[in-house]
Each structure stands twice: as C-alpha cells, then as structure tokens.
Design a protein around this ligand. Structure first.
Ligand SMILES: [Cu+2]
Length: 194
C-alpha cells in the first residue's frame, strides 16, 4: 500500500515540474506544500522529509518549574520501504536531548533508560508516549510554559532530519490528542518522572 521512498521523491519532482507547466497554461496551481520537497504533515506540525509524517501533534509534558527535565512525545509514520532509525535529537530548550525507553526492572518497576536508536518500521508507525519511548529533555534552559511551542529536531540515520514543533501541555491534555489502545487509565509507577 505504501510507495517506496525514491519513486515518491521523483514523482513529487515530476509533479512539481508538470504543475509549473500547467500554471503557464492556466490550469490550477499546486500548493507550495505539494511543490516543496519537505512538507507539513496534515494536522501535525513537522517539516518532514518526503516519506515521513507526524501522525499526531507532538507534545512536551508540562511540569512544575522545579523540575529540570521533561519529555517529548509524538507518533511518526514511515511511508518508505526501509526501516528508519532515529539516532539523535536536539532542541534549543534543553541542554541535552536523549532517546529513552522504559523497561521493567527485576522488582517489576518501570524505569527509564537511554537507547541508541528508535526504529520506525518500513510502512509503519512508532509512538513515543508516556510510559514508553520518549525524547528526554534534560537540563531545561528555562522552565517551559503551557502552550509554548518547542522546536525539536530528530536525526535519522542516513536520512534527512525531522524538524518538529511540539506543544507544551499537561499530561492529561496531551493524552487527549492520542490513541491509547493500551492505556490502563493510570500512569505506570516509575521514578523519576516523566
Ligand atoms: Cu526519560
């Protein structure tokens, strides 16, 4: 069902050229979105390379100003025919951004740990969400305000960056923007936050 990445790129270029010709003869113009290589995902704010989409609004958990760290969550879709790997992240609002997952320790407690990469499967999605994968924002430059827009860049191995604009929200608000088929109605008991 999904088109492989390279033909998609080529078709966008071909379409853009065709559109230019059509413009000259008075046919409807394509939007700037369709003509550019990067595009904004529908309903979600991302300057994503062709073949990659943000499925839902990216968000950063709002925490009391005393908390030096927080986390960013989002759902990303890979329309290409190859697995993609997120291998790094950066944001101007935190001095360090790490890729994290939650794993259960021997005592059954969920704990965060850093991971080297996060895979977005070919033709599939990956969801970063509370209690699971997330981008850890460590040592915030200053406390984040609710509704603040946070630029977040994700580096993909051998691929162009995703430039995302995440919104700062309380966890309840954020959860409202996501599907939670495996949501149990409470946060996993793990420390430290988030
Ligand atoms: Cu973490």
């Amino acid at each position: 069902m999904y088109l492989p990445h390279r033909p998609v790129s080529r078709s966008i270029h071909a379409f853009a050229s065709l559109a230019l010709v059509l413009c000259l003869v008075g046919a409807p113009a394509v939007t700037a979105q369709q003509a550019s290589g990067h595009h904004a995902s529908e309903g979600a704010e991302c300057d994503c390379p062709p073949g990659v989409e943000l499925v839902s609004q990216a968000w950063v958990r709002h925490l009391p100003p005393s908390q030096p760290n927080t986390a960013a969550y989002m759902k990303i879709r890979n329309l290409t025919d190859a697995d993609l790997q997120i291998v790094g992240a950066e944001t101007p609002v935190a001095r360090v951004a790490e890729l994290h997952d939650h794993v259960q320790d021997a005592a059954g407690v969920m704990r965060m740990r850093e991971v080297a990469s996060i895979v977005i499967p070919a033709g599939g999605d990956v969801e970063l969400k509370p209690g699971g994968l997330h981008v850890m924002l460590i040592d915030l430059v200053e406390p984040l305000q609710e509704e603040q827009r946070v630029p977040l860049t994700l580096h993909l191995e051998g691929f162009e960056d995703l430039r995302i604009e995440a919104r700062v929200q309380r966890s309840d608000d954020g959860a409202g923007h996501h599907d939670h088929p495996d949501h149990h109605g409470h946060r996993p008991s793990h420390a430290p936050q988030p």
